[in-house]
Ligand binder design. Structure first.
Ligand SMILES: *Cc1c(COP(=O)(O)O)cnc(C)c1O
Length: 352
């Protein structure tokens, strides 16, 4: 076995609603607000598209020829050869790590960010350098100080999971300008469709200016397709040709691609969902306990508390499953009625 596996744990999905009901003796319906899924689900057109594509289940998927590649290429104004699919963005992160990192190479990222960057670096025997968040934000100056001759990858999660915070275009651009050309800068935009801030980075513009930039996106969050496992990278053709060597030949299913394509083509639905989401997020950000929240450009809020387990338990008792962290609890925005109930729990938690 690789020795470094002893330093890691398998991903812990958290208890299922049934397990939680038993553990806490809860009777009613449990609502899962733990993994930033989109409770509204995908566009109704996705179901239709899947139904219309059930006759060719026996063929292997032609991952490089998916229609959704053409749709994305037109939408983002990049060449088809600049788009690379994975079985979820998780798989793209794994493939990048596997293709690039050798023993003793280094990655740089932040503390309190998406765990998979670090996880795959460790599996590849690379070293991980992280810097603390600065008031909940990625600290690019501190990250810059961590760069050295062994640095291969720099991971920026923007907006960041689990804090929901983001860095604006100018800050990201001045950072990339300073980073040596041979270091790849990855911008994970899993939540970008939810973001409404005006100075949100235009990462595609950065990509057209700097060859070293990779933009990462997924259909699991705003597009409501977490079960379908499809995400993608947009990057230079040269880099993607290398990743293609590592990719399993049939890594993404045909139906996931069909679902993703239908979801992309229903931008009205997406706009409707993201507008509703923003209203819900602002309910949290304007609540009496807002000083305990990080600002959020996503579909979740991070509640800072020194007693995360107590808050987690208080929410479970009302039927809400959230995600505890050592310094707080991350709560996915559910439907309006869920959020109203969650906000009541938070109000009494911080008023006691
Ligand atoms: C959810 C998430 C992913 C992975 O998404 P999948 O496409 O479902 O694998 C990647 N990065 C961040 C920041 C996420 O929150």
């Amino acid at each position: 076995m690789k020795q470094q596996l002893s330093k890691l744990q398998a991903y812990q999905p958290g208890l299922s609603p049934r397990q939680l009901k038993e553990k806490y003796g809860f009777d009613g319906e449990m609502v899962k607000l733990a993994s930033n899924e989109n409770l509204y689900g995908p566009s109704p057109k996705v179901k239709e598209a899947i139904k219309d594509n059930l006759d060719e289940l026996f063929y292997y998927p032609e991952v490089k020829q998916f229609d959704v590649k053409e749709t994305l290429s037109n939408m983002h104004n990049v060449k088809k050869e600049q788009i690379f699919f994975g079985s979820g963005l998780d798989e793209v992160i794994m493939i990048i790590s596997r293709a690039i990192l050798e023993a003793n190479d280094e990655i740089v990222t932040s503390d309190m960010t998406f765990g998979q960057y670090k996880h795959h670096a460790v599996i590849e025997s690379a070293n991980v350098r992280t810097t603390p968040l600065k008031d909940g934000y990625f600290d690019l100056d501190a990250m810059y100080e961590q760069i050295n001759d062994s640095t291969k990858l720099i991971w920026i999660c923007n907006p960041n999971n689990p804090t929901g915070t983001y860095l604006p275009h100018d800050e990201i651009e001045s950072f990339i300008q300073k980073v040596p050309d041979d270091i790849i800068v990855l911008i994970d935009e899993a939540y970008i469709e939810f973001a409404t801030a005006e100075d949100m980075p235009n990462s595609l513009e950065l990509l057209s200016q700097y060859d070293q930039v990779v933009v990462l996106r997924t259909f699991s969050k705003a597009y409501g397709l977490a079960s379908q496992r499809i995400g993608y990278a947009i990057a230079s053709e040269d880099l993607l040709n290398q990743l293609d060597i590592v990719r399993l030949p049939f890594n993404v299913t045909s139906l996931s691609a069909v679902a993703a394509d239908a979801a992309l083509k229903d931008q009205n639905y997406l706009r409707d969902i993201t507008t509703k989401n923003r209203i819900e997020i602002e309910k949290y950000l304007n609540a009496s306990f807002s000083e305990h929240l990080y600002d959020s450009q996503t579909n979740f809020v991070f509640v800072n508390t020194e007693e995360p387990q107590m808050l987690y338990d208080a929410l479970i008792k009302e039927g809400f499953i959230t995600r505890p962290f050592p310094n707080g609890v991350r709560i996915t925005a559910g439907f309006s009625e869920h959020n109203d109930q969650v906000i009541k729990v938070l109000e009494s938690f911080f008023n006691k």
